[in-house]
Design a protein around this ligand. Structure first.
Ligand code: KG4
Ligand code: ZN
Length: 326
């Protein structure tokens, strides 16, 4: 079995995965959403302190598995430096105490493997990752062959939902709150400009849209108007992804396509992507809803692949890296 730890942002999570069967034997996550909600976003130092409390509590529940552990895995990149360090320090301590190898997992690869929890992985695959930290398209041929073909130049898709929610005083995380508010809103009410629509670049940008939404919020006469702003924002935020994907598909038509990351839970985006894929007859893969947002089950699933390939790190080699190489 492998014990895997996730602490890259505001979720403390630990999983136990059986290597031979890929079965998830244990998974527990303690989210800090409530604690960060009053600030309208994640406060790194507060997050680190909450990880320091939550991780040992979850670890206690895993003690029965200690004798069967063959490795310990941990998210080491990308994420908040002060929170990554909490998980990595714990993983190193377990590695030393139990004399088992250490595996450093890239969180973004974790999101890709959230598609394959308790399953065989199947590639090639075109993946759209939409999370709080990232918006990127990747061509995935295998665990070690992942090419990023498009990225955000500034804010991420999920982050823009968080910021719009903060401007409306709704709380954190903004994604589910905006999605709920947008349901009864008029998507055509505000004619926000689709970002980079005149640019030939296949890249994403959300800072301009966020500012346009800010102006609309400032102009609103009452909070009753927020639902139309939310609906129009959600529509344009998704339209931007669709427009750039369409452009990309002209050269690289999709066969198997996946959306992963916390914001892949967004039903409006899912619907738009389904429509986009229809003419290509491409299949759409999605993670189970409970594994869209950050979790340790996906880190454990990657760890099984890395264990089989003996992709271990020494104590000295394994270091945190806030920015991903992908
Ligand atoms: O993958 P994740 O849990 O953490 C990162 O790796 O960043 O993603 C969290 C992000 C947050 O920005 C959150 O607002 C967004 O995903 N999110 C959503 C939805 N659910 C979560 N964004 C839009 N619609 C949603 N339903
Ligand atoms: Zn994530």
């Amino acid at each position: 079995m492998i014990l895997s730890i996730e602490s890259s942002c505001d979720d403390s999570a630990i999983s136990i995965t059986e290597i031979a069967t890929k079965k998830l034997l244990f998974h527990k996550k303690i989210s800090q959403e409530l604690e960060h909600s009053v600030y309208g976003g994640v406060v790194p130092e507060l997050a680190a302190r909450l990880h320091a409390e939550a991780l040992p509590k979850i670890l206690e529940e895993c003690e029965v598995y200690f004798k069967d552990l063959k490795a310990v895995a941990v998210t080491s990149t990308p994420g908040l430096a002060v929170t990554l360090v909490e998980g990595v320090t714990m993983a190193k301590a377990i590695s030393v105490a139990l004399g088992i190898p250490l595996i450093g997992v890239n969180h973004l690869i974790g999101h890709i493997y959230s598609l394959f929890i308790e399953k065989e992985a199947e590639f090639p695959l075109t993946v759209l990752l939409v999370s709080g930290g990232h918006t990127q398209v990747m061509e995935v041929k295998s665990l070690q062959q992942i090419d990023t073909v498009a990225k955000s130049m500034d804010d991420s898709f999920g982050e823009s939902f968080d910021k719009v929610a903060k401007m409306m005083g709704l709380g954190y995380p903004g994604g589910p709150l905006i999605e709920k508010l947008a349901k009864d809103g008029d998507r055509k009410k505000h004619n926000f400009t689709i970002p980079l629509s005149q640019s030939p670049l296949i890249a994403f940008s959300y800072s301009g849209l966020k500012n346009a939404v800010r102006l609309a919020i400032e102009k609103a006469q009452s909070k009753d108007e927020y639902k139309d702003i939310a609906a129009s924002f959600e529509h344009i935020a998704s339209a931007h992804l669709i427009q750039k994907l369409k452009k990309y598909f002209k050269d690289v038509p999709p066969k198997r396509f996946a959306i992963v990351g916390g914001a892949s839970a967004n039903l409006y985006l899912r619907g738009q992507i389904e429509e986009l894929l229809k003419p290509y007859g491409a299949s759409l893969l999605l993670s189970e809803l409970k594994y869209c947002s950050d979790n340790a089950a996906m880190i454990g699933r990657v760890a099984v692949e890395m264990y089989e390939k003996k992709m271990f790190s020494t104590l000295d080699e394994l270091d945190i890296s806030p920015k991903s190489k992908l």
